[in-house]
Ligand binder design. Structure first.
Ligand code: KIV
Length: 252
């Protein structure tokens, strides 16, 4: 259990000391539950698009939708650091990135995340320069899933490995406090983790990262129609709900 408010600086200082647990939440009750359990980093992820809003991928999520769900999560007033995703095409320029980040902060986010490394460095610098903590995200970038034709592991080819290291370093230089590594080949994730001074938070990137993040719905079985290969669900919550609802109907 955390004591006192978790800040971006405190998370950064966890590197090399304790593993960082991070999970997604998109509403008040789950944010409150994760916070009561002591999860130090809660992300209002744009995975919201698939596991709550029924879109086929994250590219359809709007800033207004992210603001709405960030407001709901923020009402839980978590001790955890509450980060929110900048959705696709809300950070195409540094000016747009800063304006969008400010909207998420006004909705209650304490940090923002966007996808990309060196390519979005000016955007990250604008956000960090305005005093908003920034969480990086490199590797497989779900907002680019349509161009990439699926969710593929990154870093297996030498060119990809070098680009990932350069992206991680660009984010450090731009002032990110941590970086999510999504579907990065585990040896490359380990190499990045050793090479940079900020925590890496892996998702499907092996055990060497400084922390791990999952979509909570995948972990507890509240989106049973698709579970990523790297997730071992700890609970089948929807199966339990299905039984409870069916039994209630039978007793009417
Ligand atoms: O949108 C999301 O939930 C994410 C995490 C799973 C890293 O980006």
């Amino acid at each position: 259990m955390q004591v006192g408010k978790v800040t971006a600086e405190a998370l950064r200082a966890m590197k090399g000391r304790s593993k960082i647990a991070a999970l997604t939440a998109y509403d008040y009750p789950l944010t409150r539950l994760l916070d009561e359990v002591g999860v130090p980093l809660i992300l209002v992820g744009d995975s919201l698009g698939m596991v709550v809003l029924g879109y086929p991928d994250t590219t359809h999520v709007t800033l207004a939708e992210m603001e709405h769900h960030t407001r709901a999560a923020a009402r839980a007033r978590p001790r955890a650091l509450l980060a929110a995703d900048l959705p696709a095409h809300t950070y195409d320029t540094p000016e747009q990135a800063l304006a969008s980040a400010r909207q998420l902060v006004a909705a209650g986010a304490e940090a923002v995340k966007a996808e990309g490394g060196a390519a979005i460095r000016p955007q990250v610098e604008a956000i960090v320069g305005a005093g908003i903590p920034f969480l990086g995200h490199i590797g497989m970038l779900p907002q680019h899933v349509r161009e990439e034709g699926g969710y593929h592991i990154k870093g297996r080819r030498e060119g990809e490995r070098e680009a990932l290291l350069a992206d991680a370093r660009a984010l450090v230089e731009a002032g990110a406090f941590a970086v999510v590594l999504e579907l990065v080949s585990p040896p490359v994730a380990a190499e990045i983790t050793a090479a940079i001074p900020i925590p890496t938070i892996g998702i499907g990137s092996g055990p060497a990262c400084d922390g791990q993040i999952l979509v909570t719905n995948d972990l507890v079985g509240t989106f049973p129609w698709f579970t990523p290969r790297f997730v071992k669900p700890r609970l089948q919550a929807f199966a339990l709900m299905r039984t409870a609802i069916t039994e209630w109907m039978a007793e009417l």
